[in-house]
Design a protein around this ligand. Structure first.
Ligand code: SF4
Ligand code: SF4
Length: 342
């Protein structure tokens, strides 16, 4: 374990940005999002970023083929993006865990090359969650916001005058080595202060309004849950706007479309949402004919299908869907209803 004094933090960023593109959570008019680091930006590790950082590995839209017509011939060209090595500093533990969850989808055979390239180029530095928000419930999914064991390459804790730095992977060790002139060894006093910080986080997490939410209250076999009358009740107000899926760090559905530029055309993929009426629309029609069926798909996937396939829930309790839904519907209400709590 190492540490960096807070008054040397700019120096650290300068060093990192020599070898990597460095992205940090920057506050702008009360909204925090990841942006490229530059001197004197307003870094904020306390407010949750408005959107999740999944767009670094799974951008909202990306081109993967170009095609050109020459007479009757069609020339297809693969597009390979030259992604620089990058560092994402200050990722919340819930968002870091979400990278792990979408890895199960994109990195299993057949591996998604666009995702893999971006994932391999990034170093994730996750920060202990010192200011969990009222809408947070990561502990319901066994995520430890005071010390995440996997999902990031380096884990940091903010103390009064320093930042404690713990590499967790080979990539993390590599970056740490490059910074050995700036990082210092921790001492007994730092470790004591660190324990206090961790204890404070544990206390805050226990006191959150959603701390007792338990997805394991959802019982019953797949058919029973699928046919449950709860879906009629919870889906009634859903507008199908897709906001919940776009802000969700674990949602990963996409559509493939062509841009017809006459002689030079592009094939690109872009985020899609199971809440949209044309999602899964095929030549014969759409297998999900109403909003209830679309709504059920989103939550059955997160709470039943994905855990059945991968052994964990596809939600990290970041709370963004609670904040963004225009009709105040969200996964918490679904868990409570399906689990018989309300
Ligand atoms: S479903 Fe909601 S709380 Fe869960 S990860 Fe997605 S946005 Fe966050
Ligand atoms: S944000 Fe709310 S209204 Fe919009 S699709 Fe999601 S649940 Fe439905």
């Amino acid at each position: 374990m190492k540490k960096i004094l807070k008054n040397k933090f700019s120096q650290l960023c300068n060093h990192v940005s020599k070898d990597y593109e460095l992205y940090v959570p920057i506050e702008n008019e009360g909204i925090v999002n990841f942006s490229r680091w530059e001197d004197e930006v307003n870094i904020n590790l306390e407010i949750k970023t408005n959107t999740s950082p999944k767009n670094f590995v799974f951008p909202q839209s990306e081109t993967y083929l170009k095609f050109k017509s020459e007479g009757k011939k069609l020339k297809i060209e693969r597009v390979d993006e030259e992604r620089e090595d990058y560092v994402l500093f200050g990722v919340r533990p819930c968002d870091a865990k979400a990278f792990n969850l979408i890895d199960h989808v994109f990195l299993r055979e057949p591996v998604d090359r666009l995702y893999e390239e971006k994932r391999n180029k990034g170093v994730i530095i996750s920060a202990a969650c010192v200011e969990p928000e009222e809408t947070c419930f990561c502990s319901s999914f066994d995520i430890n916001p005071e010390e995440l064991k996997n999902g990031s390459d380096i884990f940091i804790w903010t103390l009064e005058n320093s930042i404690i730095w713990k590499p967790l992977t080979e990539k993390g060790e590599e970056l740490t080595k490059k910074l050995e002139d700036i990082l210092e060894d921790v001492n007994e006093k730092d470790l004591k202060e660190l324990e206090i910080v961790k204890e404070n986080i544990r206390k805050k997490i226990k006191e959150l309004p959603l701390a007792s939410l338990n997805p394991q209250t959802i019982q019953g076999d797949l058919n029973e849950l699928f046919e449950s009358e709860v879906w009629d009740q919870v889906s009634k107000s859903c507008l199908g706007c897709g906001a919940c899926t776009y802000v969700c760090p674990t949602c990963h559905c996409y559509d493939i479309q062509d841009f017809d530029g006459q002689k030079n055309s592009l094939r690109f993929r872009c985020w899609d949402s199971c809440m949209f009426s044309d999602f899964t629309l095929m030549a014969h029609g759409n297998p999900r004919v109403n909003q209830k069926e679309r709504f059920r798909q989103r939550f059955m996937h997160k709470l039943v299908y994905y855990p059945n396939n991968h052994g964990e829930y596809a939600c990290v309790g970041c709370g963004r869907c609670i904040e963004k839904c225009p009709v105040n519907m969200n996964i918490v209400k679904v868990i409570k209803k399906l689990g018989g709590e309300i």
